[in-house]
Write a new protein. Structure first.
Length: 203
């Protein structure tokens, strides 16, 4: 599960307890990460190091690209944030969220709410995440993963087709129709059946 670390430790503990109570009994641990990239990196590296302890991985619209591709794509955005005034920062983040993370057919009320919330994250927190995002080579790490894995893509271009083509047969690829980056929120009717079917076939 991904959650920004601005939440307090007590709230994280309470949320973890609530999540464990609502999941099947064999899912009894929760790990919070600062970003989706950090969550993906941790999951892939753990699965690579301990394939006997991981039955399957499911990644929802996680970026699957080389470090060079990510840097070329996102460094201009992060550079603009570093140079921005507080008001410019807010506008840049909201625009990024609306244009890069959401599809035009997504619920625009939800999209705007998330964009506003993202723009309220302090600049130093957002920029500290930039180091993790641009330093991680998800494509290379995914190639080393041997456990059954599913990546479900949105309509946004976060997965490089060339990188996807280099993955082994343990990887499965799915895509939702008509939803941006937050697919678990925007298209659960598509995501849940795909995850269920994947787990039926692989675990």
């Amino acid at each position: 599960m991904m959650a920004n670390s601005v939440f307090g430790v007590l709230l994280s503990g309470l949320l973890a307890e609530a999540l464990v109570k609502r999941t099947p009994s064999h899912l009894d641990a929760v790990f919070f990460c600062n970003s989706g990239t950090e969550a993906m990196e941790g999951a892939l590296k753990f699965a690579r190091a301990h394939p006997d302890r991981v039955r399957a991985l499911v990644m929802l619209d996680s970026g699957l690209r080389s470090k060079a591709t990510v840097g070329a794509d996102l460094n201009p955005f992060y550079d603009a944030l570093r140079a921005a005034t507080p008001e410019e920062y807010r506008v840049i983040v909201e625009d990024f969220a609306m244009t890069r993370l959401f599809d035009p057919v997504d619920d625009q009320v939800i999209a705007r709410q998330i964009a506003i919330q993202m723009a309220q994250v302090p600049a130093h927190v957002f920029l500290s995440m930039a180091k993790t995002v641009t330093a991680f080579d998800s494509a290379d790490t995914a190639r080393a993963c041997t456990v059954p894995s599913l990546i479900i893509q949105s309509c946004q271009p976060f997965v490089d087709p060339a990188a996807l083509a280099t993955l082994s047969s343990n990887w499965h690829d799915g895509r939702v129709v008509g939803a941006g980056h937050f697919i678990q929120l925007l298209a659960p009717d598509q995501v849940i059946p795909m995850v269920r079917r994947f787990l039926e076939l692989t675990t």
